[in-house]
Design a protein around this ligand. Sequence first.
Ligand code: LHQ
Length: 262
Amino acid sequence: MQASSTVLATEAEGVLSLTLNRPDKLNAFNEEMHLALRAGFERAQREDGIRAVLLTGAGRAFCAGQDLGDRDPSKGVPDLGHTIETYYNPLLRLIRSLEKPVICAVNGVAAGAGANIAFACDITLAARSARFIQAFAKIGLVPDSGGTWSLPRLIGEARAKALALTAEPLAAEKAADWGLIWRAVDDENLIGEARALATTLAAGPTLGLGMTKRAIQAAATNSLDAQLDLERDLQRLAGRSADYAEGVSAFLTKRKPEFKGK
Ligand code: LHQ
């Protein structure tokens, strides 16, 4: 894996923690940070020992989206479609297709692509002081990183359009009330709570959790009939797993299960 100071990667108790680390730029994305973050998610995909990912930011922000200094039209008209195709879309696809829980701890402002990456994670917690900004409207762009897909699905068209057209900041508490994120927590507790959650999930039945993620995401485009068939197929696989045998055995003998993720 490419070593880069723009994303700090540490592993403990089955959790790969990835910390966006360009704090003087509010963790805005340059190409190096994109490649480092992608390498982190690819590592999570590859290594069986990693059973959950925790994504957060260093300093006072989570992520301010694209580094606009790197895509300044006064230095030549940029092809932003190429930027999206090369960097943002592969990242979004990796997060969504990784069959392991991805926890996001939004430690401060999340703007532009930074907000929509947080909404693409499986469980997103935010510090009470954090805010989410669909900053695209302020600079003549359209929401990316899946925002035009996730926002209407999570909060409905009326709220999605208002946020995207006005770029009004949304406080963490309200984002939780609206169902954009899981929970807003006191700032000083954020990383502890997020880490505890990631550690608990990393000790869980990873195969079943991964298939649960896949099934819930598939519901966005499936009919009920197709979804019922998918549940049958996945349950058949889950029922053959070592973790199901362990879960039932632990339940029947009144002890704590020791899941291996298989
Ligand atoms: C930044 C940035 C930044 C560079 C703060 N870039 N320096 C995809 C494809 C290709 C191209 C385009 O975009 C995309 C997707 C996108 O993400 S588009 C949206 C891009 N992001 C934005 O438009 C957000 C821009 N930032 C802001 O509006 C503010 O910085 C927020 C509201 C995030 C925070 O405001 P403050 O707390 O007041 O902080 P600040 O503005 O003073 O920023 C602190 C420093 O960070 C400052 O640098 P300086 O040298 O003056 O201390 C900013 O210039 C720098 N910074 N965001 N995206």
